[in-house]
Design a protein around this ligand. Structure first.
Ligand code: PGA
Length: 253
């Protein structure tokens, strides 16, 4: 349906400023030839956003942040607001990552408020959803993902919704080396698109990019990205090495 593949690197809490600059200098030349086919983003830690933005000027790699606060300013010690991320050059903000849900008590309602803040600041959200191993084994995958999609996204209309990115990241596949099979992933992606159709209608749902995340590597990316409803990848560990990330960017051929 003409959805442009979107590969994003979630660096998590990794890379000093010097390491970050070295990585993106190498990355920008490694992926320069896929300019129109693939949208490429990196999400460094907050401390590296500004230098990375400078190092990516005039490249085809854009900037994302890993989180933000729902308020635009105020007495929230240690937090970073969406307008600050826009100012530093971010186009996207990853929201509701399972590590934040599990370790920091992030909820669907909280993610929904952050989505609103990101939109208001002129950026777009990458909204993460996904089931734990216990939930998958209890056959709750689709219902868990359904509750997350609705809880995070039902407050938004189809005009804005069509530009959102959803990342399906089964918790048991993150950083574990275990990837969902392309069949398992496609099943959930198709379900997510069905839910989006319910929320926003067919046209908007067809426009949303749904990324897969969870141990995406150079050698499994092509198979995953070959599925009809897998429109990209949210890459953790493999985004920290230029060769691995560039190979994923080029995997769709
Ligand atoms: P991983 O992480 O690729 O290291 O499994 C993915 C993510 O958490 O976004």
């Amino acid at each position: 349906m003409g959805r442009r593949t979107f590969i994003a690197g979630n660096w998590k809490m990794n890379k000093t400023i010097a390491e970050a600059i070295a990585l993106v200098r190498e990355l920008r030349s490694a992926v320069s030839m896929v300019r129109d086919r693939v949208e490429i983003a990196v999400a460094p830690p907050f401390t590296a956003l500004h230098p990375v933005a400078k190092a990516l000027e005039d490249s085809n790699v854009i900037l994302a942040a890993q989180n933000c606060h729902a308020e635009a300013s105020g007495a929230f010690t240690g937090e970073v607001a969406a307008p600050m991320l826009k100012e530093v050059g971010c186009s996207y903000v990853i929201l509701g990552h399972s590590e934040r849900r599990q370790l920091l008590g992030e909820t669907d309602a909280g993610v929904s408020r952050k989505v609103a803040a990101v939109l208001k600041a002129g950026m777009l959200p990458i909204v993460c959803v996904g089931e734990t191993l216990a939930e998958r084994e209890a056959n709750q995958t689709l219902s868990v993902v359904e509750a997350q999609v609705k809880g995070c996204l039902s407050g938004f209309g189809k005009e804005e919704g069509a530009r959102f990115v959803v990342a399906y990241e089964p918790v048991w596949a993150i950083g574990t080396g275990k990837t969902a099979t392309s069949r398992q992933a496609q099943e959930v992606h198709a379900h997510v698109r069905e839910l989006l159709r319910g929320l926003w209608g067919r046209e908007a749902a067809e426009a949303v990019r749904i990324q897969y995340g969870g141990s995406v590597k150079a050698d499994n990316a092509a198979e995953l990205l070959g599925q009809p409803d897998i429109d990209g990848a949210l890459v953790g560990g493999a985004s920290l090495k230029v060769a691995d990330f560039a190979a994923i960017v080029k995997a769709k051929g």
